[in-house]
Write a protein that binds this ligand. Structure first.
Ligand code: FAD
Length: 309
């Protein structure tokens, strides 16, 4: 079915193709700003990270469609004012299918070819009940189909090393993940996790079920103790106990917690690269120093990011 949207988008690279190349991709995730100060911080961070020449950057979509316009605007500005290849996230919360088609049309009109299709969490409480818009879609899988029908998009989806918090068990989580890949996803990016083995188990079970969609690990270093609680809430899994014990021993030492977080994240990325992951996606929280530090620690590793010019 055609939605009457441009069927041939301008020739920006498809992230799905980049991720399938032999060399791993390196990418950064940003959030749309909500205030003038946050906007200045975001653009400073983008300019600081641009010289690292990531393969792409992504811009999240606020809970409940709250940042619909800013997500599209920031993604378009990255495309036109920087050397970076942007990907927009898109969620289904609080949107009718007509509204989703409208956003997809705006993305296409702005020449944005790469989209991460996620169902989204309820605004306010991410663990709250997910309520479908009466004229909306139910799962990310439906969003993937809408994008596929609309034009030549390269579409990514979310993957969850510890299973999605709402999934009854690992088996159904794996089945549903594969179902959205078969609906037309070119690649996946994971929720944050803190031990390489958690990612490898996800990759193994998806592969064993006959699905070869590349899954890029999403990583974020622990920079303060609060990150640990937040990650447990987002991933629906307890923070790894052995690592937690190491952080708890130095919980009062802010600089020590940050240093340990950067070291552990770099070690995990090195192990993931040795395991042949298709890429590494850094969740930056719109700040550059921690990402740059992990990047520098990786610079000596095999399959490391190319040195910046
Ligand atoms: P789905 O794939 O729809 O899965 C949701 C639940 O439904 C799962 O339990 C799944 O097993 C189940 N399910 C799926 N399909 C079926 C089916 N056919 N039948 C039965 N059950 C099914 N949130 C935002 O608000 N904005 C963002 O920009 C954003 N970016 C993200 C980026 C990444 C890399 C990740 C990992 C998450 C992101 N999220 C974002 C969070 C995400 O929206 C939530 O975790 C959401 O709860 C799940 O999204 P999903 O796309 O995995 O949903």
């Amino acid at each position: 079915m055609s939605l009457g949207l441009p069927s041939r988008l301008p020739a920006s690279p498809a992230i799905g193709d980049l991720i399938r190349r032999p060399a791993p991709t390196f990418s950064f995730e940003f959030m749309p700003p909500k205030t003038r100060e946050a906007e200045q911080l975001l653009w400073r961070t983008i300019r600081e990270l641009e010289p690292l020449r990531p393969d792409f950057v992504s811009i999240t979509y606020g809970a409940g469609g709250t940042t619909r316009d800013t997500t599209v605007d920031v993604t378009e500005r990255v495309a036109t004012e920087t050397t970076l290849l942007p990907m927009a996230h898109l969620t289904a919360v609080n949107h009718s299918i007509a509204e989703l088609r409208n956003v997809i049309g705006r993305l296409a009109g702005a020449g944005i070819r790469n989209v991460l299709a996620v169902r989204g969490d309820p605004p306010g409480d991410p663990t709250g009940e997910w309520v479908r818009h009466p004229q909306g879609v139910l799962y990310a899988e439906d969003l993937v189909r809408l994008l596929r029908e609309a034009g030549d998009f390269s579409v990514g989806v979310a993957a969850f090393p510890y299973k999605h918090p709402r999934s009854a068990d690992i088996e159904s989580d794996t089945r549903n993940f594969i179902s959205k890949c078969r609906a037309g996803a070119d690649f996946a990016i994971t929720q944050m996790f803190f031990e390489a083995d958690d990612y490898l188990r996800l990759r193994d079970r998806v592969g064993a079920a006959g699905c070869d969609t590349p899954i890029v690990p999403g990583v974020m270093p622990v920079l303060r103790m609060a990150t640990i609680a937040r990650s447990a809430q987002l991933s629906g899994a307890p923070f790894p106990p052995a690592l937690l014990a190491r952080f708890e021993r130095i919980a009062d030492d802010e600089a020590g917690v940050r240093k340990l977080g950067i070291e552990l994240c770099s070690e995990m990325c090195r192990k993931l690269l040795d395991e042949g992951v298709p890429g590494i996606h850094f969740i930056t929280m719109n700040r550059s120093p921690a990402t740059r530090e992990v990047w520098q620690q990786l610079a000596g590793a095999p399959a490391a990011p190319a040195a910046a010019a």
